[in-house]
Design a protein. Structure first.
Length: 175
């Protein structure tokens, strides 16, 4: 059986097409031993967690074996929120969060962001023992957050000197 990778796209007009470049690269690089699943999320131009939640649940339910989950930008936020709120039967081999916004403290804001914000104890609600990898956005100021909900890194223009290991119940690394 092929190892499965589920990628949840970012939000905004054209996001599925843009993120599709990463998907094409992964498919080419990983070859036939991996199945890279890349569903189109509903109304990407106007992303809404309630709309995406059902699609994410459906995709997670269809996975078999040890799976790798990838969320880009808002897709990473929605994936984290879903995993912290809903039980999944999938065995998660790794969770990769690419340029996932930080919604707490002085993080990003948009109208209705409170619906995406994670509760302070969300780390304790994630599936136990899942390795979590944070991949910050390299070309602009970015804040990534740890599974503890606290700020883990603050980077700008490719400066990763201040990245540090996060200590929580989940094994985590910055890549």
């Amino acid at each position: 059986m092929k190892r499965q990778i589920l990628i949840i796209q970012g939000g905004g007009l054209g996001a599925h097409k843009v993120d599709g470049e990463l998907v094409a690269h992964l498919r080419s690089t990983l070859g036939a031993s991996y199945e890279v699943r890349y569903p189109t999320m509903p109304k990407e131009r106007d992303p809404d967690y309630k709309r995406w939640k059902g699609q994410i649940r459906k995709e997670l339910a269809a996975l078999e074996g040890d799976v790798i989950l990838v969320g880009h930008s808002l897709g990473g936020s929605f994936l984290l929120k879903n995993l912290s709120e809903e039980k999944t039967e999938a065995t998660i081999a790794g969770l990769f969060l690419i340029a996932t916004p930080y919604w707490g403290g002085d993080g990003w804001r948009y109208e209705g962001f409170e619906a995406v914000a994670l509760p302070e104890d969300f780390a304790s609600r994630l599936p136990n023992g899942v390795p979590i990898f944070f991949l910050p956005q390299p070309r602009r100021r970015n804040r990534a957050f740890c599974a503890s909900g606290s700020l883990c890194s603050e980077t700008s223009a490719g400066n990763y000197s201040n990245l540090r290991w996060a200590r929580t119940s989940a094994k985590q690394r910055f890549v």
